[in-house]
Design a protein around this ligand. Structure first.
Ligand code: MSP
Length: 510
């Protein structure tokens, strides 16, 4: 059994979760479920990033201690997971003792090895915002924006991690591991970034400026820079679980690839003598009218509203069907409704209705054994074989949107088969060959439905369970074997009806 350790980014708790956060969890869950059903030993970690300036400032604004603030917001992030049907094995908070212990251990080790040194840091500092500024924060005319108040150039002692020393090693590593980052063009961007010499990384913040962080083990006057702390969550969560580290895949958004995940993280591990993850998947952004959906721009959608209105599987299906992993996608309710109506309600929902309704009307609610096949059934079976054979490698390559498109084609063709075969006509005929064809058609549509929901069950798990329940089918443990076209449903007692994707109520007139 292969060990498969998968992680998401850990979310900042300075605001409530939005659709972008939910997408990353769903995408990671789809990969985790896919690997689990293929027999891998999956460990799935997600969590929250609780330290740093932003969190300290948000707590201050609310007038409560940072820990209390973190407890409240983290609970919100955690509560989202079961609502999205996420199958994480663990949830880490960076304020937990198990995490802080490992961060301090790694810092101490790197300090002992001479990888961390004390130096002067010079920069422009905004007292009002309590942060260092960069040139990109300036107005086009070179002045500082109003929000920063008075900006002064200050010099401060800080600890630095020797990133520069490992730059050539990282370039070699990326050249030798061409598929380390998905999509491949992102790996090229990292190599491009590494053409410029790296600066060593400032990994400390003086406590008089920032209290809310993990104290440096070798100097109590400082706390750890939030990224150095946060990245280590992937390791700290499993440090005492033998055989889990290294991670197989870190799933993250493209905004936190360079430099944190593609530069700092591999170098931190390498310097500490720890094995590197096998890969990084960098997904794109959900946009609204072209702008990144985020709390600060005020265009964030609450995923729970969509789940409440359309159900968890419609939400999961849309995110995975619409987004080409790595690229950006604009979220519109219109597009959501198009996919909901045409693919889920009309295509899948319709097949469910017809199968249950006709089996009930023409076979007393029991799936009959198939009679002889005709070209029509053979054609549908051939399409099934091709669909399944293409679907699995597409999922392995994170091409879930195309995989789902293929599954939809199979469902469309199954509905077309029913139209052509017209069991409602066969049911009225007294000819014995029509009775045999009727049995074949009922067995065929039930089997096609069972196969289709089993194929996409990592995306829409609740739907697969519901459909199998109304088909009277309990799946075996071997997912791949379940994808073989066979007579698994012969004799199964089906339920008379199931409304899977109800038409949403039309908007009420004001
Ligand atoms: N705390 C850091 C990550 C530390 S990982 C060691 C952070 N947090 S975040 O809350 O800002 O973002 C968490 C994840 O959500 C990131 O991977 C980010 O890319 C993703 N998303 C946030 N907004 C997004 C969209 N609008 N669309 C898709 N995902 C985006 O960064």
């Amino acid at each position: 059994m292969e060990s498969f350790y998968i992680t998401t980014a850990i979310d900042y708790v300075n605001g409530s979760p939005h659709l972008g956060h939910a997408y990353e969890k769903v995408l990671t869950d789809v990969i985790a479920r896919f690997r689990r059903q293929r027999g891998d030993r999956v460990h799935f970690l997600t969590g929250v990033d609780e330290h740093g300036q932003k969190v300290q400032a948000s707590a201050k604004k609310r007038g409560i201690p940072p820990q209390q603030f973190c407890d409240e917001v983290s609970a919100e992030f955690r509560a989202l997971l079961p609502k999205l049907n996420i199958t994480n094995d663990d949830f880490i908070r960076t304020t937990e003792a198990r995490h802080q212990r490992v961060v301090r251990q790694v810092l101490q080790q790197l300090h002992d090895q001479g990888q961390i040194y004390l130096d002067e840091y010079r920069g422009f500092y905004s007292t009002r915002q309590e942060q260092f500024l960069q040139d990109k924060d300036r107005n086009p005319d070179g002045s500082w924006p109003e929000i920063y108040g008075e900006v002064t150039e200050i010099t401060e002692s800080n600890y630095f991690f020797r990133l520069r020393q490992h730059q050539e090693w990282l370039v070699d590593f990326l050249m030798q591991n061409e598929h380390f980052i998905f999509p491949a063009y992102r790996q090229k961007q990292v190599l491009e970034f590494l053409k410029e010499p790296l600066n060593d990384l400032c990994i400390s913040r003086p406590r008089e400026r920032l209290e809310w962080g993990i104290r440096l083990p070798f100097d109590e006057n400082y706390v750890t820079y939030v990224w150095f702390d946060a990245l280590l969550n992937y390791y700290s969560a499993v440090a005492d679980k033998p055989g889990v580290w290294p991670a197989t895949i870190h799933v993250i958004g493209k905004d936190i690839l360079v430099p944190p995940h593609a530069v700092y993280w591999p170098i931190m591990l390498h310097a500490a003598g720890l094995p590197l993850p096998k890969g990084i998947v960098a997904h794109g952004w959900w946009l609204q009218r072209g702008a990144k959906m985020s709390k600060s721009t005020g265009n964030a959608l609450n995923p729970l509203d969509l789940v409440a209105e359309f159900g968890v599987d419609a939400f999961r299906y849309f995110l995975i069907r619409e987004m080409n992993v790595g690229q950006d996608s604009d979220f519109t309710l219109e597009q959501f409704m198009v996919r909901y109506n045409s693919e889920l309600a009309n295509n899948l929902g319709n097949l469910v209705n017809r199968t249950l309704n006709m089996t009930t009307r023409f076979a007393g609610g029991v799936v009959p054994a198939a009679g002889p096949d005709t070209e029509l059934e053979q054609g549908l079976r051939a399409l099934w074989a091709a669909t399944r054979d293409a679907f699995i490698p597409l999922c392995e390559d994170f091409q879930f949107h195309t995989a789902l498109e293929r599954a939809m084609v199979f469902l469309t063709e199954t509905n077309a088969y029913i139209e052509k075969r017209a069991p409602w006509k066969l049911g009225k005929s007294a000819a014995p060959e029509d009775a045999a064809l009727l049995r074949t058609s009922l067995a065929t549509m039930a089997e096609a439905l069972r196969l289709a929901v089993t194929l996409i069950q990592h995306v829409t798990p609740a739907t697969a369970d519901k459909v199998r329940a109304v088909l009277g089918h309990a799946p075996g443990p071997d997912w791949k074997a379940e994808l073989d076209w066979g007579g698994r449903l012969t004799g199964a007692k089906v339920a008379p009806a199931l409304v899977l994707f109800p038409r949403p109520a039309p908007p009420t007139k004001p």
